[in-house]
Design a protein around this ligand. Structure first.
Ligand code: MN
Length: 723
């Protein structure tokens, strides 16, 4: 490459004696084997930025920091990853640990590298909560989910691999914690992705760091037992080899060493003794093509008898992570079982590097292909594997967010993971925590920022719900929640709120009705009350009051029954009125036909199930039949301090002049009112008829606005709309 042999980082000269150290020059020559010269240049530039950013920082080992990202890049290079991934590997810690920003990376290396580095930094922020196995599983899923680009995971795995290789310098407690995390999170992810080489190393390092003593004991046992096996093992290999030669098959035969961790795990999980686990010969046969795999199988089955029922054809039916191989177990000499794996060179490559094998950079003229199309191809591969795997959806579920977009993974402030359906909001989150939290929720913080309760949550966000005692769910929430739990929670709470409000209103209505008959509820004898409730098939007085409040029963009728005067002579005394504060509730609403506002003479009309609807007295929708009117309506008056804002409807006829509407809007705004809605009723050559819905405080306020509008020369006519 043009830049020549770059020098080692500044501080390296002091430790120049360590020949094992991997330098940028080593990386570049490794990359030259499969990348274009300009791409290697790019990596070198990334190295310069990384070295500059980490200048002066050292690792726990005492080495200059830059050796760590270089080692990570090396692992990526061994996986034959593209140059963007290598650049991102070199820069993976700069956003987290140095002043270098994402913007700068974006400016110098483009969006893709910047996003990769950002993705790795985000994963670093995830705190591992070592709670339960289920939690760990969720964590794995989430990690994969919030990573939109699988290369982020590969960098993270390479990062963890190097950290594990240099774990010795850490404090013992920290070492154990990191080792545990590696075994519970990172090794299983590597396995999911089919990356067995990395998985094995992570497991090995994790095991000996977490259980140094057990690892040492096991290692000794393996060495002791291994000595006795060398001879028979060699004989078996020899026998297979000559049979294959005789059949004209060319291939590689190797004895497999079981890893300490896999022996340990088998002993623990299956409660086997060391001998049971260890006394198995394991042999791998690698040949050129699929056809030869099956022929080789025939050869070994001919040599030793296969154990019935233990043959598995993962070539025809690959494992969900793409692994392909033939597995069989044979009865060896002296009855010792022999595990055999047979696969092609290509299958072996996939078995060792998994996902990375699918991703592997293809040299030659193809270097111009965008990473995007490679990503798509990779997904295609995954889908192919999926098809041949049949109904196992495990792989798809665990690999890529694009493939399972239906879940979001969110955190509680305590670090617990909540899995919610896509489009879930903080309200769904609150109800998922507990229905009490949902019912009392008033605000939400997403990643410590206040956010609307209707915000759609994203994977990886931490959500904090702000509650207030006495707070109530808002019926409007029903329009945006997505979980059944939130929906039923809100409905249930609203229903009990409605009953509560209806009971209060019913009580007021009944009191008034009794008052007009010169009676009081406390004067009614319990026996009389019970008799009435029985007749009405109601459980108790509350149920009766709720019924009245909801408008299902007429207070005047109930009052007359209670007092025992069946006749209608009570009408003379019905002048008492109920005060209306102006707040709408679940059993009190303002009619949309006449839009009553404070100052208007009003009347309350009970409609079954909806409670009391407030109309203007002049509204034509108010019942006129005197008998019905007496039963279903109630005199109302405004309380002295009506609250909130009301809506009034105003009809206008306006000259067709450009700017007329703007002038009107200005007048309305000047008077401190808002236009809620405008509808155009009709238009002729000269003028337009419109209806405005305006926010007003009361009649006086409305009169001021109308006076202001009337002064405009374009406004030909203006009036308040009647119901
Ligand atoms: Mn790192």
């Amino acid at each position: 490459m043009a830049a020549g042999q770059p020098a080692a980082p500044g501080a390296a000269s002091s430790a120049a004696g360590t020949s094992t150290r991997f330098l940028i020059s080593d990386l570049c020559s490794e990359l030259e084997a499969y990348l274009e010269p300009n791409e290697v240049e790019e990596v070198y530039r990334a190295y310069l930025l990384g070295a500059e950013s980490h200048e002066g920082q050292t690792r726990k080992t005492g080495e200059p920091y830059i050796y760590h990202p270089l080692a990570v890049a090396r692992t990526m290079a061994e996986m034959r990853m593209d140059h963007q991934a290598i650049c991102a590997a070199i820069l993976h810690d700069v956003m987290e640990d140095t002043a270098t920003s994402k913007d700068r990376i974006h400016a110098e290396f483009g969006e893709e590298v910047a996003e990769l580095v950002d993705g790795v930094s985000k994963l670093t922020h995830l705190q591992f909560q070592s709670k339960a196995e289920a939690q760990a599983e969720n964590f794995r899923k989430m990690m994969l989910a919030i990573t939109r680009d699988i290369r982020v995971i590969l960098i993270k795995l390479a990062d963890r691999l190097h950290n594990m290789r240099t774990l010795g310098v850490m404090r013992p407690d920290k070492r154990r914690r990191i080792a545990k995390e590696t075994l519970e999170i990172y090794a299983p992810i590597a396995q999911r992705l089919g990356m067995n080489a990395i998985r094995r190393e992570l497991e090995q390092l994790g095991f000996s760091a977490k259980h140094p003593w057990r690892a040492a004991v096991l290692e000794q046992a393996v060495q002791r037992a291994g000595g006795n096996r060398r001879e028979p093992m060699k004989n078996i290999e020899q026998a297979i080899c000559s049979r294959m030669e005789a059949a004209g098959i060319i291939g590689r035969i190797s004895g497999r060493e079981k890893s300490l961790y896999s022996i340990y795990r088998k002993m623990r999980e299956k409660h086997h003794s060391f001998e049971d686990v260890f006394d198995v010969f394991a042999i791998r046969i690698i040949v050129d093509d699929v056809d030869t795999c099956y022929r080789s199988l025939g050869v070994v089955h001919n040599l030793y008898k296969p154990v019935p029922g233990r043959f598995k054809d993962y070539i025809a039916i690959p494992k969900s992570n793409g692994y392909q191989s033939l597995h069989t177990i044979l009865f060896g000499p002296q009855g010792i079982p022999i595990e055999i794996q047979i696969r092609s060179t290509e299958m072996d490559r996939v078995a060792e590097s998994g996902i990375a094998a699918h991703w592997q950079y293809k040299a030659g003229g193809e270097s111009t292909r965008t990473a995007q199309s490679r990503a798509r191809e990779w997904l295609q591969d995954v889908l192919e594997i999926q098809k041949s795997v049949g109904n196992s959806i495990e792989f798809l579920e665990n690999v890529k967010v694009d493939l399972f977009p239906d879940e979001v993974y969110t955190f509680t402030p305590g670090g617990d993971i909540l899995v919610l359906p896509r489009d879930a909001t903080p309200v769904d989150f609150a109800y998922a925590v507990h229905s009490d939290v949902g019912n009392r929720c008033v605000a939400a913080k997403i990643d410590r920022q206040l956010a609307p309760l209707s915000t759609r949550l994203q994977s990886g966000q931490t959500v904090e719900i702000v509650t207030a005692s006495g707070a109530r769910p808002n019926p409007a929430w029903l329009s945006f929640v997505v979980t059944g739990k939130a929906r039923t929670g809100i409905r249930h709470c609203l229903k009990s709120m409605q009953s509560e409000e209806a009971r209060t209103l019913g009580e007021r209505l009944l009191d008034k009705a009794l008052e007009s008959l010169g009676a009081r509820l406390s004067q009614i004898s319990p026996a009389r009350l019970d008799q009435m409730l029985d007749a009405m098939q109601l459980e108790d007085l509350d149920a009766l009051l709720i019924d009245i409040g909801l408008g299902n029963r007429m207070a005047s009728l109930v009052a007359r029954q209670m007092v025992g005067t069946e006749g209608p002579e009570a009408t003379a005394a019905t002048t008492t009125t109920l005060a209306v504060k102006g707040t709408e509730g679940l059993v009190l609403s303002y009619a949309r036909c006449c839009h009553p506002i404070p100052g208007d003479p009003i009347i309350g009309q009970l409609s079954a199930g909806r409670g009391l609807v407030v109309h203007r007295e002049s509204c034509r929708n108010v019942l006129h039949d005197s008998r019905e009117r007496a039963d279903r309506t109630i005199a109302l008056e405004w309380s002295h301090e009506p609250q909130l804002q009301f809506t009034a409807a105003v009809r206008t006829r306006t000259a067709n002049r450009r700017g007329a509407l703007a002038d009107m809007a200005a007048v309305i705004a000047d008077h401190g009112s808002n236009i809620e809605h405008i509808s155009f009723n009709e238009q002729d050559g000269h003028s337009t008829a419109m209806t405005f819905l305006l926010t007003v405080r009361d009649r006086q306020h409305l009169a001021q606005i109308m006076r202001g509008l009337r002064r405009l020369s374009d406004v030909l006519r203006i009036s308040r709309q009647r119901g």
